[in-house]
Each structure stands twice: as C-alpha cells, then as structure tokens.
Write a protein that binds this ligand. Sequence first.
Ligand code: AMP
Ligand code: MG
Length: 428
Amino acid sequence: MPSLQSVISCLSDYDPSALRVDQANTIIRNVLEPVQGIEQLAIRAALDRVLADDVISPIDVPAHDNSAMDGYGFASQAAQDTAGDVVLEVIGTAYAGKAFEGAPTSAQAVRIMTGAVMPNGCDTVVPQELVDIQAGGNQIRFSRDAVRPGDNRRLRGEDLARGQAALSAGRILTPADLGLLASLGVAEIRVRRRLRVAFFSTGNELRSIGEALDPGCVYDSNRYTLHGMLRRLNVDLIDMGVVRDDPDAMEVAFRSACENADAIITSGGVSVGDADYTKQIMAKLGDVTFWKIAMRPGRPMAFGRIGSNGHEAMLFGLPGNPVAVMVTFYNFVRPALHRMMGASAAALPRVRVRSATPIRKRPGRTEYQRGIVAAGPNGELEVRITGQQGSGVLRSMSEANCFIVLGHDQESVEIGDMVEVVLFHGLI
Ligand code: AMP
Ligand code: MG
C-alpha cells in the first residue's frame, strides 16, 4: 500500500490547512486498496454485496424466439403478399413451456401464448385483440396493417447473448441483479468479504442515551447517524460507543479497533483548537494527517493509517458536529469504504435544479446546504434550503431530501439560478 507521504507528494498545490474537497478525495483514493478475501454465496444472500468476478452468461436469454403477447403466430410474408385482410387457418396452439411441434404453411397460423416458443417458420404475432375469430375458432381474419413483420416476437439472446458479460466485478448487487443471475441459472456467486468498520465518539461532554444529561452535556447522536449510514453500506459494524478523553482509554480503544477492523471512524476532537487527546493518540499510533478542508460544514478531518500489534486499519477522524459528520461521511468515507470493499460504485449523481431561494455563499470553499427538492408552481423541480444551516443543527438534515452542493468557486445564488443537488433517496 502506498504511504500517505508518497501520495501527498504527487499533489502540486497541497496545503493541509486549506485542502480542496477533490484533493482530499484524490489522496484518500490513492492511499486505499481493496481488502482481500472472497466468499461464495447463494444469490439471495448476495444482495448489496460486491461481486468479485465478472459474470459471463452461460446461455442465451431468452433461450428461444418467443411471443411477447397472447395472439396468433404466423409468417409475415403471407401478410405482405395480401392486398386486403389477412385470413389464416388456425392449426394448433403453442403454450409457454409447451411448444407447437408442427410447421405451419404461409396460409396457416398458430394460437400462441405469451412466452411460448415461436413455431417453425413464424416470425410475427398478431395480438388476439386485433383479430376476428371465424369458423368456430379455426380461422382468423385481421387487417394487413395490424402488424409489421417481427412484431411481438422476442428474439433469442436479445436480453443477453451467451458469452456476454452480464455483470461486472465490483458491482454492488441490486434486486434486479439477483433476478438477472437467476435468469441465467446461476445459483451461487463469489463476492468480496464484508468490510469491518469500528466507530466511536469522543468528547467528555457526551452522554449515552439512558444516562443523565448533566449541565453542559449533549447526547451522543453521531453514534446513531454513523450506525445508520454504515448499515446502508452493508458493512460489519463494531460499535464502540463513547470513549472518554483520557490518553489510556483512547489508546486502548484505538488499538482494539485496529486489531478488529479494516477501517475506524471517530467523531470529534480533531479541530485545531481541540485540547483533547484524540489527535495525540492518532498521531502516536501511525501515519495520520490533520486537515482543514475548504468546505462547510466539515472543516477539520484526520485521515491516515494506524497500527497495533501487526494489525493496520484506515482511520477517518471526522469532526464532532452532527451535520459535519454526515457531510464528511458522504463526501469522503463512503467513497473510501466503497474502494476498500472493491466496489466500483460511481460518484453520487448530481442533478441541476432551479433554486427557489437565495443562498449566501462565499467563494473558496465547497458548501453543502441542506435542501428540499419539490415540484414548484409550474410543475418543474425546484429546491429550497431547510431552515437553520448550522453544522450542529441535525434537524436541517432530517427535514432535507438533498444536499445543495455549491462548488469551490461559486458565489451567492439568486432566486431562479440553477444549482447542483445530490438527492438523499436511498442514501440517507
Ligand atoms: P469537536 O469537533 O469535538 O470540537 O465537537 C464539535 C461540536 O460537536 C461540539 O459542540 C460537540 O459537543 C459536538 N459533538 C461532538 N461529538 C458529538 C456527538 N457524538 N454527538 C453529538 N454532538 C457531538
Ligand atoms: Mg470535542
């Protein structure tokens, strides 16, 4: 694994006290490597797991040309050669799972059900709604213009051809993917092992739920937002609660986290002014940098690799403020954990919508305002910021359905300006 120093030395304008969001992400990405270890799982158990190898389709899907409708299969040439209505003799039925064995002539048709194999020589299906049934069901008549050649026929291999890559390594498996694998007859697949992530909160003012809230104290909420965000990533969680600001307790916690996890996430204690031991112990145990990132919220952050007794883990020291924790998690930790999981997940998609409110913004930092995207008066989507945007105001996050991302160089936004948003749907 490359050292932090060697990665940082490749950046031309590295300034740890005013690091741009994209620079921080570049450093993190270049230091990290996917963990090794693979498991073989039944496809049901593989939902949300990371595919270890490409899956090549062993068969054509569908395996035969078949009908997309309930109707009548026939050879389209017959209809092409007819001037008025097409009249065909019905000589049998093709069911899904029970093909029609004969070979109709150009004057004949076969009643066919959705999914049934196309009879020999038939290339088109006329839907049953478009035909007149005559001669007690033995004959059909329909307009020449009712269908074009090839209509309502699904071609063999049109979904996936044999030998084609159905899914690529690094994919996080979705419900659709499980169905796709089943459609190939694949029962088990190889996935990357789950990532183990330890996390704890630091700060002497923190109280756990159930404890008395002494004067000047707050309940530890980061433990719960981190729990929720990590659950969404389908990692194994090691929840270490609150660790007191005492050098021995801190060191024990970091060492135990190192020995049991691939990554450690802490919150609090990494600000420049912070008098606690968090930063000291982080630096003592490994190769850690302390950044001030040009962003809001979420300015202070520690990143690096720490070790104990031959075990190493990546460290993400997030700020303490509850909203800053969520913003830094989504910007830095989520892509980092994806990389460690071997996932090739793309960056979160950004959508441009009109701002229904003015937003104050200072150039020189990236801001993540919390917003609500909804249809405006003319039916088009627009976004407005949720109330108080302070980095401690978790309610602004809870009410929001998106981040409004205001780029590094962007200035204040006027009503009606287009802004970029990242929707929370499926994320938060
Ligand atoms: P820090 O980054 O440690 O200076 O903390 C910044 C602010 O976030 C302080 O007001 C802390 O009380 C608050 N804070 C830190 N950790 C937590 C936590 N786990 N839950 C809720 N608030 C926190
Ligand atoms: Mg603190």
